[in-house]
Design a protein around this ligand. Structure first.
Ligand SMILES: *Cc1c(COP(=O)(O)O)cnc(C)c1O
Length: 406
């Protein structure tokens, strides 16, 4: 058996075309981001904290304008008051859906933490407010266009929901061209349907974003890609202005929307994080490509498949046993800059159906743009590994894992 370093170095050579692709995307996105910073004339005054009502909070307003420009959207909400990605997505849904409307997910069930918020009884879920939910399963990991067309023959949902990243499913993320094709098809079937994308883990992975290809509403987390590892909390919702205005009324108060809302810490981490996000995402993408290449060489199945371009920052690795999965997660934890001495254990987490193990020795709690792995404890034993602020950290963690496994 080859030693860990040799395997890693071999694999790194094998994926040099994938790396070149990532380099090209990051250069494009860095310029796009810089252009938006210049256009919005970002200055030190935008970083200042505010208090109380937060009227005329120029940092808040400008951060929103900056996101709207970068994502080619009419309007944006970017807020530390969105506690996570789930909150951003739920706020968007609750903002635009009304009693008797139907939300149709065409990527099967939404992400685990959204299920209660959409479907549970008596906790103020969408269902509680008389909003219907339908879903269409994926077929071989892809959107089932035949079933989608059939559905529209006798139903007209108000909102079509697409999850870009893989969640805890054995599939690849959707590419921007998949999303573009899907939006064209759905718009033909129903001109007025609102198309919403769960964009978690997808930002800056490609040159275009869902809003570039016709999405009406897009949401995600700032402790994933667009916070660049620097933002310490928050979420964003971007899209059509009429929709964002409704969502703003749900986030704060109808009639007040984004006119108020202060933040007593500096906005600087959101601006700086956004600025370096394309680069940090590229570091995570390279780490993911290396993990996929190395683990498939060792005989494990992975998504993305080795030597292919990923469409989110995650690598899924299918292990043979629960013990292998736990060993992998432990070594990710032990190779982290924070809490390296801790041993992650499977646990009942709020919003998840199975016990979940989470390895995250992160500076920001739960930040998964930092190197991390999480897995529901259920067969088949799949690790979902993502992030890495630096490619070098990912590579060192991988070496440590191989030294344990081989
Ligand atoms: C992370 C994630 C979310 C939101 O999760 P939070 O932990 O609430 O930020 C939603 N959808 C997908 C696909 C995700 O990966």
């Amino acid at each position: 058996m080859q030693n860990a370093i040799n395997i890693i170095n071999d694999c790194e050579l094998e994926i040099k075309d994938v790396f070149s692709h990532i380099d090209e995307v990051v250069l494009y996105n860095q310029e796009k981001v810089l252009t938006a910073f210049k256009k919005n004339m970002i200055a030190a005054r935008h970083f200042a904290p505010t208090t109380g009502y937060g009227y005329d909070d120029v940092g808040r307003d400008t951060l929103c304008a900056l996101f709207a420009d970068i994502f080619n959207a009419e309007s944006a909400i970017v807020s530390p008051h969105l506690i996570n990605g789930t909150h951003a997505i739920f706020t968007a849904l609750a903002g635009v859906l009304r009693p008797n409307d139907t939300m149709l997910s065409i990527t099967d069930e939404p992400y685990d933490t959204l299920l209660d918020a959409i479907k549970s009884d008596s906790i103020g879920s969408l269902k509680d407010f008389g909003i219907n939910f339908d879903k269409i399963a994926l077929k071989n990991g892809e959107i089932d266009y035949i079933e989608v067309e059939k559905y529209f023959q006798n139903k007209s949902p108000k909102l079509i929901f697409i999850q870009r990243s893989r969640g805890y499913n054995w599939r690849n993320a959707l590419s921007i061209s998949d999303i573009s094709k899907t939006i064209k098809i759905v718009k033909k079937l129903s001109e007025n349907a609102i198309i919403m994308i769960d964009n978690c883990y997808g930002e800056f992975v490609d040159k275009l974003e869902p809003t570039d290809v016709g999405a009406d509403l897009v949401a995600g987390s700032l402790i994933k890609n667009p916070g660049g590892g620097i933002a310490q909390t928050g979420g964003y919702i971007i899209g059509r202005k009429d929709l964002i205005d409704l969502v703003a009324g749900r986030l704060t108060v109808p009639g007040i929307g984004m006119e108020a809302g202060s933040y007593q810490a500096s906005y600087l981490p959101f601006f700086q994080g956004l600025f370096i996000a394309p680069h940090v995402v590229a570091q995570a993408m390279k780490t993911s490509a290396l993990f996929a290449s190395v683990f498939s060489r060792l005989g494990y199945s992975t998504f993305p498949e080795p030597n292919t371009i990923g469409h989110d920052i995650i690598t899924s690795i299918k292990f043979n046993t629960k013990d292998e999965l736990l060993a992998f997660c432990c070594e990710i934890q032990n190779s982290s800059p924070v809490d390296s001495f801790a041993t992650p254990e499977p646990w009942d987490m709020p919003g998840y159906a199975h016990q979940v193990i989470m390895a995250a020795g992160a500076f920001v709690q739960g930040s998964s743009i930092e190197l991390s792995a999480d897995s529901p404890i259920v067969e088949p034993y799949i690790a979902y590994c993502q992030g890495s602020l630096t490619y070098e950290h990912g590579k060192i963690a991988l070496k440590n894992i191989l030294n344990k496994i081989i």
